[in-house]
Write a protein that binds this ligand. Structure first.
Ligand code: AMP
Ligand code: AMP
Length: 338
């Protein structure tokens, strides 16, 4: 039987690192936090890192990777890894790392993501192919836009033509039907070891300035020429109407089943379906994150859903580390490393 004392859990110091490292310690692991110089303080203050490795930029990750390999560290890739090191670099990771091989590439590519959802039978917002075909309210999303910055809405071709002038140097965009409803981000965990899909919780994002526009009158919005942006600032917790849960479990099952056609053996671990629920209770999903999402951060101590299932605080970060622990102790580590 493997012993978890022979391993470290490591991650980059941003996004969900506090939660992951706390969860790792709660499961009995030693931890390493790789920080950008000047960003070490939270990881020291909250006492989650047994060791801190500082680098100038996350882009230098590969320079310190040999230290992780030497310490038998298992790296947990999260949103900051994808954003700062790059999903395409995930295949160059030499350190042991959690997650299905090749899956981060699906998450980084909007077209591939959408195909995954559509093939799984999930409702997605309609794509409008050309500006001439805009016949409803649409959202224009630029490729590679960090955190929704610069997205804009249009109701017809003329409005589109007017607004797109402000972005002469864009790298391309998609035009998507704008769904009027409330945002709901569903957090799941699928374990390859137990074969079970769990709903870990839900969040709703707090985005600037989208979540503040309602604080000023429509007339002032127009006069001040304020445009909606969706820069993520934080997340708030949420529970959904209980009768929605059955459908949300089924959506998770479908995504997991379809992933078997995308990567060998299928996808496992934490993932998130990000969408909007309309007044008819249709759940339109516009994005899938095939890794831990920061919306799980309100639940370091567990969510109302994990409280139902576990008699101890169970964050998504801790659940993930428990999967690793089970794998080590059951000599099945190969099944959960990318
Ligand atoms: P950061 O390390 O804060 O620059 O975040 C890396 C990436 O994760 C960015 O693309 C962010 O948009 C995303 N991200 C960070 N924090 C959150 C959050 N609380 N909710 C959703 N996405 C986030
Ligand atoms: P994304 O970059 O795809 O995560 O989108 C950023 C934000 O834009 C989301 O959190 C939503 O608030 C909003 N959004 C994106 N797509 C849609 C859509 N089709 N309908 C309504 N709101 C959307």
């Amino acid at each position: 039987m493997g012993n978890i004392k022979d391993y470290h859990i490591a991650t980059l110091g941003s996004h969900t690192a506090l939660q992951i490292l706390k969860g790792a310690k709660d499961e009995g692991f030693k931890t390493i936090c790789v920080c950008e110089k000047g960003s070490e303080r939270p990881y020291k203050s909250y006492g989650v890192a047994d060791e801190i490795i500082s680098i100038d930029s996350f882009k230098d990750y590969f320079k310190i990777e040999p230290q992780l390999v030497e310490k038998n560290a298992i790296l947990i890739p999260h949103g900051s890894f994808v954003a700062h090191v790059g999903a395409e670099k995930a295949k160059d990771i030499k350190a042991m790392h959690y997650g299905a091989r090749g899956i981060l590439e699906h998450e980084a590519d909007r077209g591939k993501q959408r195909q995954w959802l559509v093939d799984a039978g999930i409702k997605v917002p309609k794509i409008i192919k050309t500006p001439q075909e805009i016949d409803r309210t649409v959202i224009i999303k630029f490729h590679g836009a960090k955190g929704g910055y610069g997205y804009f809405l249009a109701n017809n071709e003329q409005e589109f033509a007017e607004r797109i002038k402000e972005f002469p140097e864009n790298d391309g965009f998609v035009i998507q039907e704008y769904i009027v409803g409330v945002p709901v981000y569903a957090h799941y965990f699928y374990s390859r070891l137990t074969g079970e899909l769990e709903i870990m919780g839900f969040d709703k994002r707090y985005e600037s300035n989208a979540d503040s526009i309602g604080r000023i009158a429509a007339k002032d919005q127009v006069e001040a020429n304020i445009h909606t942006t969706y820069t993520i600032v934080g997340n708030t917790s949420l529970v959904v109407r209980e009768s929605l849960l059955t459908g949300i479990f089924e959506m998770g099952d479908k995504v997991v089943a379809q992933s078997k056609n995308l990567v060998p053996g299928g996808f496992y671990g934490p993932f998130c379906l990000e969408g909007v629920i309309d007044p008819e209770l249709n759940y339109y999903v516009f994005e899938i994150s095939a890794r831990i999402v920061a919306g799980t951060n309100p639940y370091v101590n567990g969510s109302p859903y994990t409280a139902l299932r576990y008699n101890e605080p169970m964050s998504t970060g801790r659940r993930l580390c428990r999967d690793i622990k089970m794998a080590i102790e059951g000599d099945r580590l190969g099944e959960i490393l990318g």
